[in-house]
Design a protein around this ligand. Structure first.
Ligand SMILES: [Zn+2]
Length: 259
C-alpha cells in the first residue's frame, strides 16, 4: 500500500488565505555573505544567461549601493522549496496537493484552481489569488566592508540556442567574495513549532541557506553567486506578545532549527 502522510491542524493547510487572523509571525534577521563572486544584474536574478553587465544598484544618499532585490531572493527560495515538495509530494495527501507548481514544468497551474485546492508551494508563496506567507526584504550591501568589484570579459549568450553570440563581448561586473548584505525574512501565520510538510520545507530552505547551498544571480552554473546566511537570529511573535513586546527574545537561528 502506498504510504501517505497525514497533516495536523495548521491553518495554512486548511485555509491558505488565513491572513485575517494573526496566529504568529517569525522575523529572521542576519547577513547574507557571498562566498563566491556574485553577479546580480538588472535582468533578474534567475536569468542564468543574463547579459546585463553592471551589478544592480540602489541609490542611498550619494552612493550607488549593490543589492539583491527581495523579490528575486524570494523567487530563488520558492524554487528551492518547490524542488523539496516535488520530491516529497507522492507521500502526501490529499491528492490535490500533489501537483506542485514547479518552475521547470507547470508553474502557475494553480491560478485557475479553487483556493482550497491550490498546491503546497502556492500555499506558502502565494499566487495571483492568494497572498504570500513569506516576505523577503531587499538585501543591501554593507559598503563599510566593500570587498571590491572585478570586471571580467563576458560573452553574450543567445537565449534561444544557448550558444555564444558572435562578436558580442562585453565586461561583466562581479562582486568579489566576502560581501556582507543585510537579510530579513518574515514568515506569517505558519507555525514553525508544528511538524508538517510546509514547516519541514521551510526549515529545509533555512538550513540550506545557513550551510551555503544556495546560488543567486548570473553564471550560477560556473559557481558564481554562492551565498549563505550568517549571524542569523529569529524572533517569534504570538498574539499574546503584542501586549508585552519587550519580552520578545531573539534566538540563534541554528539553535532554533536544531530544537
Ligand atoms: Zn501552485
Amino acid at each position: 500500500m502506498e504510504k501517505t502522510e497525514d497533516y495536523n491542524d495548521n491553518h495554512i493547510l486548511k485555509k491558505p488565505d488565513n491572513f485575517a487572523q494573526f496566529d504568529c509571525r517569525y522575523v529572521i534577521k542576519g547577513n547574507i555573505i557571498n562566498i563566491s563572486q556574485l553577479h546580480v544584474g538588472a535582468g533578474g536574478i534567475e536569468a542564468e544567461f543574463s547579459i546585463d553587465n553592471p551589478l544592480i544598484r540602489l541609490k542611498i544618499g550619494n552612493t550607488d549601493v549593490p543589492y539583491i532585490p527581495g523579490s528575486s531572493l524570494k523567487g530563488i527560495f520558492r524554487t528551492e522549496i518547490e524542488k523539496y515538495l516535488k520530491i516529497q509530494e507522492k507521500t502526501y495527501k490529499p491528492e490535490h496537493f500533489q501537483n506542485v507548481c514547479y518552475v521547470y514544468e507547470n508553474r502557475n497551474s494553480c491560478n485557475t484552481k479553487e483556493i482550497e485546492n491550490i498546491c503546497l508551494a502556492c500555499r506558502i508563496f502565494g499566487n495571483s489569488q492568494v497572498g504570500s506567507h513569506i516576505i523577503v526584504s531587499d538585501a543591501i550591501l554593507d559598503m563599510d566592508k566593500f570587498p571590491g568589484i572585478k570586471n571580467k570579459p563576458g560573452v553574450a549568450i543567445n537565449r534561444i540556442t544557448g550558444a555564444a553570440q558572435r562578436g558580442a563581448v562585453f565586461p561583466v561586473e562581479s562582486l568579489q567574495p566576502g560581501g556582507i548584505f543585510s537579510f530579513e525574512l518574515q514568515i506569517i501565520n505558519i507555525d514553525l513549532k508544528e511538524d508538517n510538510i510546509i514547516t519541514r520545507a521551510i526549515k529545509f530552505l533555512l538550513k540550506k541557506l545557513l550551510e551555503g547551498w544556495i546560488y543567486v544571480g548570473g553564471k550560477r552554473s560556473t559557481g558564481l553567486g554562492n551565498i549563505k546566511i550568517a549571524d542569523a537570529k529569529i524572533i517569534e511573535i504570538r498574539p499574546e506578545d503584542l501586549h508585552e513586546f519587550y519580552n520578545i527574545q531573539a534566538i540563534d537561528l541554528l539553535k532554533f532549527l536544531g530544537d
